[in-house]
Design a protein around this ligand. Structure first.
Ligand code: SF4
Ligand code: SF4
Length: 477
């Protein structure tokens, strides 16, 4: 009698391409469902098998597939597709989404030395990009985008650039719809006059304020210092001058992921704060014991923690963002006079009781269209309040104010960047958060720190058997 046919302990759902986390060469990756979780299984001929946790929520993983929209391309591409993704950034013609949000690094220097800093910035390392170099980058971006949606001045610490306000003026002269400054808040906290000057730009402008924790210990682990006083003082100045602010929370598993609800509550009480962005990072300090099959903090886990820790949002509120649904999720609430109402709170209870435990907005074509307009990373200020109003018009609604302003909007975003473990070629092609390379290329943020920052490009491209000179020759523009 032949032995019984054995069964694997998982469902093989689909196939994609990833990278070997050791050598960064491209490898095939199976997506499997096992024990209520989604994993990636990949094999490198040199470094063997890897299992990586992708999601703790199979249904949400599948649902993200309903939130896809036709890709929007930039006005031009910057490189040719020659070696295959991700070795042709970019943007190469194979990329499937234009830049919703683009970072322009204006300083390498920083007034902090954060242990988690991907740019390795510090008060003693690096300098400042010159104004002509920055203008070149802004112009290159405008050639790609026409009217870039969101541009984020970043660093290092951008506010310590000696020509900071000249750079702000240079950005303002270009047709940029929404300008942001990505800052640790130290200058804003300690220099009231600086905050006052910043307020002159506040129309179409937002401070993207590093804000990881309300607790001393987590701040010391992530930032190397107890910054609680600095953050309080920065918010006092931002409130005083009424400058729109998003709090940015770097989340590390086991360190500050139990503070999510508390941070949302805190943010809702600050008049200048328009929302919170959560960015899970994988612990850099524990790499020796890091097990990617267990220890990764995924978007789905952050989403689950928001649902558990915050009474504001329900499962129907936190939705995949259609331009990059694998990596970005978003939720909206309205800050009204005496209450905070999530989007689903405006839907009649009868609708909620129609036998589904999830509101399938995407099944109604009109609602889907309006929702897709609203749930885009490039939504900012004026068009956000319009888009919320637009969407509310087609919801079976309760009462809501007919005139909404950006002050009424509270937005929670989760962004999970791809790293060497969860890298997925299918997903990176949809990346819409990009960063300007000093030579004018526009590179997905996910691939920049792996392949294209400073000396990495020479090293990694050589490792993958591709000559940098060849890449340069192939550039289209
Ligand atoms: S990530 Fe995008 S730009 Fe980079 S190689 Fe892939 S398709 Fe091209
Ligand atoms: S504040 Fe930002 S740029 Fe400065 S060291 Fe920390 S992470 Fe790096």
């Amino acid at each position: 009698m032949s032995p019984p046919i054995s069964e694997r302990p998982y469902i093989f759902y689909e196939l994609t391409n990833s990278l070997c986390s050791s050598c960064l060469k491209k490898v095939e990756a199976k997506i499997i469902f096992q024990d209520e979780r989604v994993y990636m299984l990949k094999t490198c001929l040199e470094h063997g098998l890897e299992k990586v946790l992708i999601s703790i929520d199979i249904e949400y993983y599948k649902r993200a597939r309903n939130f896809l929209k036709p890709p929007q391309t930039p006005l031009r591409f910057n490189t040719a597709t020659v070696h295959g993704c991700p070795y042709d950034c970019g943007l190469c013609p194979d990329h499937e989404q234009h830049s919703c949000l683009t970072l322009v690094e204006i300083a390498e220097r920083c007034n902090l030395t954060c242990p988690v800093c991907y740019a390795d910035s510090s008060p003693t390392k690096g300098g400042f990009r010159s104004l002509p170099e920055i203008e070149f980058l802004l112009d290159e971006l405008v050639k790609n985008e026409g009217e870039p949606d969101v541009v984020q001045l970043s660093g290092g610490e951008p506010t310590i650039h000696p020509q900071f306000f000249e750079i702000m003026d240079a950005a303002r002269k270009r047709p940029i719809r929404h300008l942001m400054v990505n800052t640790n808040g130290i200058r804003i906290a300690k220099d009231r006059h600086f905050a006052e000057k910043l307020a002159a730009y506040k129309d179409g402008f937002e401070v993207y304020l590093q804000f990881d924790s309300l607790k001393k210990q987590a701040l010391e682990v992530l930032r190397g210092e107890d910054l609680r006083q600095v953050r309080r003082q920065a918010l006092d100045h931002l409130n005083e001058f009424d400058i729109s602010t998003t709090l940015v929370v770097t989340l590390q598993k086991g360190l500050n992921d139990q503070e999510i609800g508390e941070i949302i509550d805190f943010a809702l009480k600050e008049p200048c704060v328009r929302g919170v962005t959560f960015q899970p990072v994988q612990s850099a300090g524990r790499l020796e014991t890091f097990n990617p099959a267990k220890d990764r903090l995924t978007l789905s886990e952050v989403r689950a923690q928001i649902l558990k820790q915050s009474p504001i949002f329900s499962d129907a509120d936190i939705l995949p963002v259609p331009c990059h649904p694998d990596c970005i999720a978003m939720a909206y609430a309205l800050k009204l006079e005496d209450k905070v109402v999530p989007l689903s709170g405006l839907i009649s209870p009868a609708e909620l009781l129609k036998g589904r435990n999830t509101i399938q907005y995407e099944q109604d074509p009109l609602m889907k269209e309006k929702l897709f307009q609203l749930f885009s990373l490039n939504q900012a200020e004026k068009n956000t309040s319009h888009a919320v109003g637009d969407l509310l018009c087609c919801l079976p609604k309760l009462e809501f104010p007919t005139k909404l302003s950006y002050r009424n909007i509270f937005r929670v975003i989760i962004i999970e960047f791809l790293d060497r473990y969860n890298f997925d070629v299918r997903s990176v092609k949809r990346s819409c958060v990009h960063i300007m390379h000093p030579d004018g290329r526009v590179i997905p943020f996910d691939t920049y720190n792996m392949f294209y920052r400073e000396n990495l490009e020479v090293g990694q491209i050589a490792r993958n058997g591709i000559q940098k000179a060849e890449v340069k020759l192939d550039r289209i523009n």
